[in-house]
Ligand binder design. Sequence first.
Ligand SMILES: C[S@@+](CC[C@H](N)C(=O)[O-])C[C@H]1O[C@@H](n2cnc3c(N)ncnc32)[C@H](O)[C@@H]1O
Length: 219
Amino acid sequence: MGPKPDFLARVAQRQTALRAMLAALIPAPAALTLEIGSGHGHFLTRYSAEFPERLCLGVDLISDRIRRAKRKVERAKLSNCHFVQAEARELIDALPAGVTFTELWVLFPDPWPKKRHHKNRLLQPAFFETIASRMGKGARVYFRTDHGEYFRTVFALFPNIQTWRLEPPAQWPLEQETVFQARAPSYHSLVAVRTSSPARPAGAAVRVPSVPTDSTSSA
Ligand SMILES: C[S@@+](CC[C@H](N)C(=O)[O-])C[C@H]1O[C@@H](n2cnc3c(N)ncnc32)[C@H](O)[C@@H]1O
């Protein structure tokens, strides 16, 4: 049995409202720095202050975290930084055509450690293909986690995704400790760069590789 009609109607209503709100907040064309799972907003508010010429958008599922992040924006009087409560993939889908990302930051995403929950992880081949359609050659994804197995899984994806390649380890454009980074005894970081390969059409199959036992770079 598929989802009930009233559930589908609620989802459609939510998407329509999100589309309208985003069209007003971020009119196209625009090139964004996007942070997914922005939490309390420590990273993106600092980033926006450091790079006032860049337009920044943070998204998180939890309303209290979005409220805290917005308070930081107000206190620092940042006109180039916005936070929206939404599910990240729904937000990306609802952004106006013509809104692109030059950088995408994913810092300490939920690791979903149990094997049967891995399907809930954000960083999967289909996700990299989806964002490839909004990111031009040279655009970057910055990923950091304290979960070694999640890191190795993402690291191992890249030879199989033509639209992205791993960049050799280098200093990040900004280091700002987040709430979860402060709690982590150690962590792993990677940067992926958009290649010139055309993005796949939505829904195209991507091969999922097996996970190597070890290949991490620890910070
Ligand atoms: C482990 S916390 C990390 C928060 C912050 N990046 C940090 O380092 O302190 C993960 C965050 O991602 C958010 N999140 C999880 N899944 C999400 C999704 N699908 N869309 C948007 N936000 C999501 C959670 O609500 C949570 O705030």
